[in-house]
Ligand binder design. Structure first.
Ligand code: FAD
Length: 451
């Protein structure tokens, strides 16, 4: 009997964690299984977040939560210590270190007797039924099941802003920031975690660089406390919830905890997906419109060291926060002249670089591969347009709402159904739950197209 083949499209953390759990389970069960991980940039196990080489780009999650193996919470920490790093469970290691860890765990998962991991660098352009994945260069990869792990979409294009060598439309593209730290002023659209990375990188590359960070509310991510807060249990009423209920209960919990919201956030963290599923679609929309930005800055915090570096940049005037919106930009000299509405007044700023750090674009159809799946009826957008519609087990729903038996999704693509589905602890749990489901799905092989 031919070895069943599971193909994972997207080789970032979601794809790697899926492959790791699949290979480990296949080995435990002595079930020969071939796992193919396809990544368009060859950034297998690194993806968007862990491909950085800047040692000042730190994990924003403490080390004892970043294990790549569900059920083995100390796995990352043990690896870090074994490689000679002075790591503590509550510390924040460089993201580049984490990328190395994921790569090594992935490689180790494929050791004999499984010996069944294939890494392909190529761009998936379509599915042939659910039997094969088609690549842009004409190759076809046979599949008994497919996992979509394409991560986040590139940021949505900026209004009134032409393509220009000094307009960085996707700061996570490989090498996108290499030239930016040349000492000329940088305008970053967005004031979230991506802006933090950009500001730290370009000001270290050239200490004279001034970074303008522009967003509607000018809100910066909060910092993790130096000593992690213990989780505070938060009790919600049973049944369907409204956003107003969430806010009321959370505010009460913060008050009861003497104003310490960090502990409340820790208490909420493992429950966010369940709470999200208890909001009706209209309530979810209200959350996105009115609460999400505040949620993001409290939930996705920066490590104390990054917070200190940011404070120093702000105090020295090398980072300037602007509240407002971009009107447009046009070429001017070697750089760009940016028109922005700041505190109600339109201002012109001459900058060397403009960086789009507005966060992931929501529209899955901006990606040709996903657009093809949607137009072929093999997948559909979720009701909020944040990603793909899927069942609880990640099975992708087709245009009629029927779950695919052999096409699944993990990670950020499931944001509409789960909301918090971008951090490693959540993705790891999905990967662990999906592995037995996938092995079951491919247990009965069927005739498939060959590569
Ligand atoms: C800057 C940053 C810092 C973060 N820090 C943390 C942290 O400290 N802790 C934490 O828990 N989480 C963190 N996260 C969140 C989380 O770990 C990432 O979002 C996670 O890496 C998502 O991985 P992914 O594989 O889903 O997506 P990605 O990393 O985007 O990987 C998807 C991959 O799919 C490939 N791809 C896309 N389309 C195709 C195609 N058609 N064919 C082939 N390949 C394709 C892409 O090239 C990419 O390599 C961070 C995220 C970012 C962006």
């Amino acid at each position: 009997m031919e070895t069943p083949s599971i193909v994972v499209v997207g080789g970032g953390a979601s794809g790697a964690l899926t492959a790791i759990h699949l290979l480990r389970l296949a080995r435990t069960r002595r079930t020969p299984t071939a796992v193919t991980l396809i990544d368009q940039h060859g950034r297998h196990a690194l993806g968007q977040a862990y491909a950085t080489t800047d040692p000042h780009h730190l994990l924003n999650t403490r080390a004892d939560r970043m294990s790549a193996v569900e059920g083995e919470p100390g796995h990352f920490l043990s690896w870090a210590r074994a490689t000679g790093l002075d790591a503590s469970g509550t510390g924040y290691l460089p993201r580049a270190v984490y990328g190395r860890y994921l790569r090594e765990v992935l490689a180790a998962s494929a050791e004999p007797p499984a010996r069944a991991l294939h890494l392909i660098t190529g761009t998936a352009t379509g599915l042939e039924g659910d039997h094969a994945v088609r690549l842009a260069d004409g190759r076809r990869v046979a599949a008994d099941a497919v996992v979509l792990a394409l991560g986040n979409r590139a940021p949505a294009p900026l209004p009134g802003t032409p393509a220009h060598p000094r307009h960085v439309a996707d700061p996570w593209a490989a090498g996108a920031l290499d030239e930016v730290g040349d000492g000329t002023p940088v305008l970053v659209l967005g004031t979230g975690l991506t802006m933090v990375d950009v500001a730290l990188t370009v000001t270290r590359a050239h200490p004279g660089t001034v970074v303008y960070a522009l967003s509607r509310r000018g809100l910066l991510p909060r910092a993790h406390p130096p000593v992690p807060a213990a989780p505070v249990p938060v009790t919600f009423p049973d049944g369907p919830l409204r956003v107003a209920d969430l806010l009321r209960v959370v505010r009460q919990a913060v008050r009861a905890n003497a104003g310490d919201w960090h502990g409340v956030m820790e208490g909420l963290r493992p429950r966010t997906q369940e709470l999200w599923t208890r909001l009706a679609p209209g309530e979810r929309r209200i959350f996105l419109d009115r609460v999400a930005r505040y949620w993001e800055i409290h939930r996705h915090r920066v490590p104390p060291a990054s917070a200190a570096a940011l404070a120093e940049l702000l105090a020295s005037g090398r980072l300037r926060l602007l509240r407002g919106g971009l009107v447009g930009a046009r070429p001017a000299g070697a750089g760009l002249r940016v028109l922005a509405e700041v505190d109600g007044t339109v201002r012109e700023l001459d900058v060397g670089w403009l960086v789009n750090a507005t966060g992931p674009g929501a529209d899955v159809t901006s990606d040709p591969f996903l657009a093809g799946l949607v137009s072929a009826g093999a997948a559909r957008r979720d009701a909020l347009g944040l990603g793909l519609d899927a069942g609880q087990d990640g099975a992708v729903l087709d245009a009629t709402g029927r779950p695919g038996e052999r096409v699944f999704a993990v990670g950020p693509l499931l944001r509409g159904g789960l909301y918090e589905t971008t951090a490693v602890p959540e993705i790891r749990a999905q990967a662990a739950a999906l592995a037995p489901r996938l092995l079951e799905a491919v247990r009965v092989p069927r005739s498939r197209l060959t590569a």
